[in-house]
Write a new protein. Structure first.
Length: 136
């Protein structure tokens, strides 16, 4: 096998390392959005948007759960596919509804996160995860 074909071919190690890196970077980055929301919940400050008409407190609780708790699960690779579902919904709401009238640059980050969490939903967490250790 030539060096070129080795470089261009996907192998299990590179795929699993890539998924680990994707999980770690996206999960930690999402925590920077989720931690302040989680703090608001703990403080009882329910000022938050209500894009779906569920009420501000419910919207904040759902966003904090997705962006903080589910981000931690993504980092750990624990219940990964389940943890991506609230994040997919939250990022879709942010990108498509909350920022609907904004320019692309404003909604871009939520759409990038949406793509990342959709990818993790379909691929799973990879070999370097708690999920893989539990459900070999």
């Amino acid at each position: 096998m030539s060096a070129k074909s080795t470089f261009l071919s996907a192998n299990s190690i590179s795929l699993d390392l890539g998924l680990l890196i994707l999980r770690l970077f996206s999960g930690v980055a999402m925590l920077t959005h989720g931690y302040p929301k989680f703090q608001k919940v703990l403080e009882g400050n329910m000022q938050f948007g209500d894009p779906l008409g569920l009420g501000t407190a419910t919207s904040l609780h759902l966003a904090a759960f997705a962006e903080f708790i589910c981000a931690i699960l993504i980092i750990l690779g624990f219940l990964t596919r389940f943890a991506t579902i609230p994040l997919i919904i939250t990022m879709a709401v942010a990108g498509i509804i909350v920022h609907a009238a904004d320019d692309f640059g404003t909604k871009e980050l939520s759409l990038v996160y949406l793509g990342i969490f959709l990818t993790l939903f379909f691929t799973g967490p990879g070999k370097y995860s708690i999920d893989r250790q539990i459900w070999k």
